[in-house]
Design a binder for this molecule. Structure first.
Ligand SMILES: *[C@@H]1O[C@H](CO)[C@@H](O)[C@H](O)[C@H]1NC(C)=O
Ligand SMILES: *[C@@H]1O[C@H](CO)[C@@H](O)[C@H](O)[C@H]1NC(C)=O
Length: 405
């Protein structure tokens, strides 16, 4: 009798201990999961140009939530300096603005080096930098002064020839738009799914979306308003549905196509990345009243130069992502820009786009854009809180219109 009851007691104790241990482990894992998953997802940073451009939703080509994350330091507020009795401030593990290529897994480092070696666009950056330090205010001014956000005009050769007569919008984009106070830039990230951000996004004066990112069936999460749609040239060139899908008939369209490093318009025109010009004309004939602009091909490289200037190491010699271009475009047109899911929120996911059941294949194959460095810059310029990033994937940047330099 004594034996069995002792045995029983013992086994209860063991059971209780096991349970306790399981709970402890589970709690620990829960704490670390965001952090860990971000690290695990490093592999998803890569995306070759062909694949990334093919996916029509690839506004943010390598998807924010699944892109490279440097290990995130736990916030300082958890340090022992905080008095014990003080209620600990909630802390949020978000993008580290000092992420570097060292945070990439070896395979990704190799790809990044391959791009450096390939140098497809014949980039010959001579400085200043790399690694020039700016205050956030100074960097904002620097971007404003160095990156000329403007569109190809009807007076630019060869768009001034008879072949192009009547095709480019006559009105300057700046008279066509705004000025707007609060603007939203909505990525196509899978992590927007179930975000319930639709209303918050629609509450902005203007909303910029990317490529084929839809709103129908996703209103709850991404809103309904589309004021500007920024598209890459591959979509315009190769997507059959571009000329047919009513998705594109709303708002102002802008297409961009990478030139060789700092090539002027005539040089770029002879050798575009994707020859989208015929489809552009076809679309203009079908929808002559919808503003449809072509981004000056110099602009992405002007932006790239600043990214390289402030980054402490060599960045991929490929143009910035559509996401980064869209952010800068909106900064020129708005007082304030809220960017959704460029810096990843807690809604980490393997899904590349909120509108496609597309897992990591396209996102796992290349590190084409200098996305890591773009995110470092956006985090540095962010004037919102880490909580906003963590909960909503929202970064808030001041536009160029009201800053004093
Ligand atoms: C920006 O580009 C446009 C078009 O080429 C040009 O007219 C304008 O002077 C440029 N602005 C700056 C600040 O370089
Ligand atoms: C188009 O622009 C180029 C360069 O500015 C100029 O030399 C040419 O005469 C212009 N052509 C027409 C038809 O206006």
């Amino acid at each position: 009798m004594i034996h069995t009851s002792l045995k029983k007691k013992f086994s209860y104790c063991v059971l209780a201990f096991c349970l306790f241990a399981v709970i402890c482990v589970w709690k620990e894992r829960k704490k670390g999961s965001y952090y860990a998953s971000l690290k695990v997802q490093t592999k998803e940073f890569q995306e070759p140009k062909s694949l990334e451009k093919l996916t029509t939703g690839s506004g943010f080509r390598a998807v924010p939530s699944s892109s490279t994350q440097a290990p995130h330091r736990r916030s300082q507020t958890l340090s022992p300096r905080v008095p014990r009795k003080a209620k600990p401030q909630p802390t949020f593990q978000v993008w580290n603005k000092d992420s570097s290529s060292k945070n990439l897994v070896p395979r990704l480092q190799k790809i990044w080096k391959n791009y450096l070696r390939m140098n497809k666009y014949k980039v010959s950056y001579k400085g200043p930098g790399p690694g020039v330090k700016f205050s956030a205010d100074a960097l904002r001014c620097h971007l404003r002064d160095r990156v000329n956000v403007s569109m190809v005009e009807a007076t630019d050769f060869p768009f001034n020839t008879s072949e192009w007569e009547g095709y480019l919008p006559r009105e300057n984009i700046r008279t066509k738009t705004g000025p707007w106070h609060r603007c939203a830039v909505v990525s196509s990230a899978g992590s927007l799914k179930s975000s319930q951000l639709g209303q918050e996004i629609d509450n902005h004066d203007a909303v910029l979306r990317f490529n084929g990112a839809p709103t129908a069936n996703f209103q709850q999460d991404v809103g309904t308003k589309t004021t500007i749609r920024l598209m890459n040239s591959q979509l315009v060139t190769t997507e059959g549905r571009f000329l047919r899908d009513s998705l594109y008939n709303e708002g102002i369209l802008i297409v961009w196509d990478p030139s060789m490093y700092h090539a002027d318009i005539p040089k770029w025109y002879r050798n575009p990345d994707y020859s989208f010009f015929n489809n552009y004309k076809s679309y203009r004939k079908l929808h002559p009243d919808q503003p449809f602009y072509i981004l000056r091909p110099q602009m992405p490289w002007e932006l790239w130069d600043v990214l390289q200037e402030i980054s402490p190491e060599e960045i991929q010699p490929n143009p910035p992502s559509s996401g980064m271009l869209g952010i800068i475009i909106m900064m020129t047109l708005c007082d304030q820009v809220d960017v959704y899911e460029f810096l990843p929120s807690k809604r980490k996911t393997d899904v590349c786009y909120y509108h496609q059941k597309f897992f990591d294949i396209a996102c796992t194959m290349g590190a084409y854009h200098p996305l890591l460095f773009e995110k470092n810059m956006v985090k540095y310029l962010n004037e919102g809180t880490d909580e906003d990033i963590y909960l909503m994937g929202k970064a808030t940047l001041s536009g160029f219109r009201n800053i004093h330099c």
